[in-house]
Design a protein around this ligand. Structure first.
Ligand SMILES: NC(=O)c1ccc[n+]([C@@H]2O[C@H](COP(=O)([O-])OP(=O)(O)OC[C@H]3O[C@@H](n4cnc5c(N)ncnc54)[C@H](O)[C@@H]3O)[C@@H](O)[C@H]2O)c1
Length: 348
């Protein structure tokens, strides 16, 4: 088991990163320091800042700060493409662990502005790897964990699943930029011996996700009575992982994952987009006391996304067998928790 002391969480003010920091701050066995490093782009859930109003994070970061105290929680606004600031953070906090979430993450935006994805996801990961390499100087008691995605493997037919040994076949600029970043991370392990681990996860959902993403966007549209746009025929299949389960897997890998190894983190909960949105309509109607029929009536089919992958699914047998991780939250429970969280956020 690794003892992680000074953990740099890049993108820690984003959706999964802030959930990870929240989880970490509640681990009594963790006695080290957390340093959140985030550029606070539009994707960071600023709307949830309620602490001292300094704009430095989310509810989760404020609560982590309270739990860990000023000696153990730090926030640094910064760009992963800024090696000087990065290096000074490594030096100041004696970083021994990097959990790398920071990325541009919205597939639709990657189709309009792919350069932004190359800059952040490829060049940014390169600059972070270079900084870690320069600061750690061949140390073995350190870890660089890369957060990756099942989208890098491309699209599946009606059967089969991707796993750690699947070949990379990204089909949109977001997935391609994440795949390129993974290649760099793996090359630093093989070429320079940088201690790395990687995890690929399926689509996440849960508290603190930006409203551009499917589930929060649908919830927000339902409560405001707007149309619910469904791409193409709505038959695309996605596997949905509750973010609380994902961050437990990441913490497990960081502590006990084998250096140089990758882990697929899936839930086994596959559902067609159209069925998911209908399920959301029914559950939200119940929780918010709205008319189910009215919500279902808001469904509208729109032109399909370019290069829209048909199906993603992950086989999580390896992490289950090697590290004992299993998903604990089924889709119905996770969606209900998520709906309740957003209804509270909207004071609904
Ligand atoms: N959300 C999912 O379903 C999902 C699934 C699999 C993998 N992932 C991966 O998990 C990671 C986190 O995803 P998310 O959904 O939390 O994303 P997000 O968009 O909610 O958060 C990304 C965070 O990164 C920060 N950031 C962006 N550019 C930066 C830069 N140049 N320097 C420093 N910080 C920067 C943003 O401010 C934001 O806080 C990403 O690497 C993503 O590819 C996400």
């Amino acid at each position: 088991m690794r003892t992680l002391k000074n953990i740099l969480v890049t993108g820690g003010a984003g959706f999964i990163g802030s959930n990870f920091v929240h989880h970490l701050s509640n681990q009594s066995s963790f006695t080290g320091r957390v340093i959140v490093y985030d550029l606070l782009t539009y994707a960071s859930p600023q709307a949830n800042v309620n602490g001292n109003g300094n704009g430095n994070g989310t509810d989760y970061l404020n609560s982590a700060q309270k739990l860990l105290g000023d000696e153990r929680f730090f926030f640094q606004k910064g760009d992963i493409n800024d090696p000087e600031t990065l290096f000074s953070v490594f030096e100041q906090f004696e970083i021994d662990t990097v959990i790398h979430f920071a990325a541009e993450t919205h597939v639709d935006t990657s189709i309009i502005d792919p350069g932004r994805f190359v800059r952040t996801n490829v060049n940014g990961t390169f600059s972070l790897l270079e900084t870690a390499q320069a600061y750690w100087k061949g140390r073995e008691d350190v870890l660089f964990h890369q957060i990756s995605t099942d989208e890098e493997f491309g699209s599946l037919g009606i059967s089969g699943k991707f796993s750690e040994v699947s070949s990379y076949q990204p089909r949109n600029p977001y997935a391609a930029s994440k795949a390129a970043a993974d290649h760099l991370v793996k090359s630093y392990y093989h070429t320079y011996g940088l201690p790395v681990t990687l995890s690929y996860s399926s689509n996440n959902y849960g508290p603190n996700q930006h409203e551009e993403k499917l589930i929060p966007s649908m919830i927000s549209r339902m409560v405001t009575g707007k149309k619910l746009p469904i791409y193409g025929d709505g038959m695309q299949v996605r596997e949905w992982l509750y973010v609380g389960d994902h961050v437990k897997a990441i913490w497990n890998i960081a502590q006990t994952g084998e250096t140089g190894e990758s882990y697929a983190v899936g839930s086994g909960e596959e559902i067609k987009n159209i069925d998911l949105v209908q399920m959301l309509c029914c559950m939200l109607a119940e929780e918010a006391g709205l008319s189910r029929k009215r919500l279902l009536g808001l469904l509208t089919f729109v032109k399909d996304r370019l290069g829209h992958d048909r199906r993603y699914a992950l086989d999580h047998a390896k992490i289950k067998e090697k590290l004992g991780w299993i998903p604990e939250t089924d889709l119905e429970d996770g969606l209900r928790k998520t709906i309740i969280w957003y209804l509270k956020k909207y004071n609904f």
